[in-house]
Design a protein around this ligand. Structure first.
Ligand code: HEM
Length: 521
């Protein structure tokens, strides 16, 4: 029988990836656009924190000219332009102590759409903008680590926000060498080289351990209160944001006949690095509450039919109708070349299959060692997710439960949002979890004072609550274990993601969730 032709391994540079800096650009991001034509953007970017604080940003932006983004010649210029437009637009839409703006003026909307097209991205704030293209080196010849990085811009003007981005930038930098190692490991598996593969996996394990160490540094200089109340609201997009005053999303003036767009906001779930690790180790994510049954058919735990991806190009999975979870959906928001790289990687990913096959055969010393190192790699990805869950608990769930220290949390009440909630409740369609989140934050602001109605509207995690992939909808009837407090619905999603990682081990260790379930039973 003729041997099946294997697809070539990807050449990193063809996907805008460096073997040294990974998904981060090799050169430092531009700190200013060189063409004076773009001076209006640069000047606005320089003072937008002050304008926002003084509630004058919208007025200022409304007077800006509509510039032609086609004049952004290089990739570096396009990324700088995109970063500026992401920050100005999110500041414009969410405002400060202002109602959310439903219409983005042409001066931002038109060039934003144009430059997003050039980068094969979406006109909405993304991980790429604020993490990958928003840093500079303090000492030019120094490393890309937390002792040598600064941001180019923040929405809140706070050092906490800078740290939040920079920890993630440092994670991207630390993880960069893993990409070449993954490709070498795939080649070793093709060559049936057990010892070579084991060595490569040992290197990968060390890098993932380093990622966990950098992740833990988030706690050092990013204050959870500042993050939750002052930073996170600005990262939100406009998908499922009815309660924040954007039931239809945002209209981009001068783009697509002014149609509303609903786009999710920025999230490190858009990090191509973490996706690459999942693909390399065969970690499969499913919609929350969803588990493929033994016959291979798909259904959601709540009985709903599986939801096909709205962005088939963004998902790498070959299956015709495969339910897409939030993590896969996030590929839609990555730069085009990185998304394509993940698709290519999925097509050639063979490490898990190779180790599984070896594990089913003769258990030589080499095979035992291979299995152990493989499982240790997967375990480290799981540990990364464990630490991440602790982080989300502190930075989101606990902050939402405590409520703001001033009654409105720094945001304007949205009367029509409250009206809509009432209407939804009347129709029996209210997102109970979102409502309970709002109630929870309203009733516990730590001052004994009852906040004004609608004051808790700006919880960007509603992107999650309302997502069609069903974080809030996956609960079994009568099971209210995780309902009732702000943010808690995130946790099942993240736990499942962690448990799916654990399940990728060759010799599985019981997950915490599984242990709890068996104890309860
Ligand atoms: C204060 C720090 C952080 C908070 C509060 C936080 C919060 C969240 C939340 C709420 C989600 C759910 C999806 C969403 O709303 O976007 C999420 C997902 C995710 N975050 Fe973070 N995050 C933090 C830091 C990080 C960092 C530094 C990374 C590193 C790359 C990261 C990687 C991810 C990934 C990969 C997901 C998708 C879920 C998964 O793969 O398990 N996060 N994060």
């Amino acid at each position: 029988m003729a041997q099946q032709q294997l697809k070539d391994l990807p050449i990193l540079s063809e996907y805008d990836i460096s073997p040294i800096t990974g998904f981060l650009p090799v050169e430092e991001p531009l700190q200013v656009l060189p063409d004076p034509y773009f001076a209006p953007w640069e000047e606005t970017f320089q003072k937008f924190n002050g304008l926002l604080l003084a509630s004058r940003l919208r007025q200022y932006v409304n007077e800006l000219p509509v510039l032609d983004a086609a004049k952004l010649k290089t990739k570096a210029e396009q990324r700088r332009g995109y970063l500026i437009l992401c920050m100005l637009s999110h500041a414009y839409v969410w405002g400060k102590h202002e109602q959310a703006a439903e219409v983005l003026p042409a001066a931002l909307a038109v060039p934003w759409q144009k430059v997003a097209d050039m980068l094969e991205m979406q006109p909405v704030l993304t991980h790429a903008a604020v993490v990958m293209w928003n840093w500079r080196l303090l000492y030019k010849d120094g490393p890309r680590d937390l002792n040598n990085l600064d941001t180019l811009g923040t929405l809140s003007g706070s050092s906490d926000e800078s740290w939040f981005y920079l920890v993630t930038t440092a994670i991207e930098a630390t993880g960069a060498p893993v990409l070449s190692k993954i490709l070498t490991a795939i080649q070793q598996a093709r060559d049936n080289n057990i010892v070579g593969l084991t060595q490569e996996l040992e290197g990968i394990r060390g890098i993932i351990e380093d990622l966990v160490s950098v992740l833990r540094r988030m706690f050092e200089r990013c204050d959870p209160y500042v993050f939750y109340w002052k930073v996170r609201p600005y990262l939100a997009g406009w998908e499922n944001m009815a309660e924040a005053g954007l039931p239809n999303g945002v209209r981009y003036e001068g783009v697509d006949n002014g149609e509303y767009k609903k786009l999710a906001g920025g999230s490190a779930a858009q990090s191509s690095l973490i996706h690459a690790l999942d693909i390399a180790f065969g970690v499969e994510h499913h919609p929350t509450g969803f588990r493929p049954n033994k016959a291979g058919a798909s259904a959601l735990a709540n009985g709903s039919p599986a939801v096909p991806s709205p962005t088939p190009a963004a998902t790498a999975a070959p299956a015709a109708v495969k339910p897409t979870n939030f993590i896969q959906k996030m590929r839609f928001y990555m730069p085009g070349p990185h998304r394509s790289f993940l698709t290519h990687l999925t097509e050639i990913s063979n490490i898990r299959q190779f180790v599984t096959e070896k594990a089913a055969g003769e258990r030589t010393v080499e095979v035992e060692k291979l299995i152990t190192v493989y499982d240790e790699c997967v375990h480290q990805i799981k540990v990364f997710r464990d630490v991440h869950i602790q982080m989300v608990t502190l930075y989101i769930v606990m902050q939402a439960n405590r409520g703001p220290s001033i009654s409105h949390g720094g945001f304007a009440p949205q009367p029509h949002a409250q009206a809509q909630k009432t209407e939804q409740t009347a129709n029996g369609t209210a997102d109970k979890s979102a409502a309970s989140s709002a109630n929870s934050a309203n009733s516990s602001n730590g001052t004994g004072e009852k906040p004004s109605k609608g004051s808790s509207i700006l919880y960007p995690q509603k992107v999650i609550f309302g997502a069609p992939y069903g974080l809030a909808k996956k609960q079994e009837a009568g099971n209210d274990v995780v309902r009732g407090t702000g943010g808690t619905d995130l946790i099942p999603f993240l736990r499942q993601s962690r448990d799916e990682t654990n399940e990728s081990k060759i010799v599985p260790t019981p997950s915490i969730t599984a242990r709890k379930q068996s104890t309860a039973a």
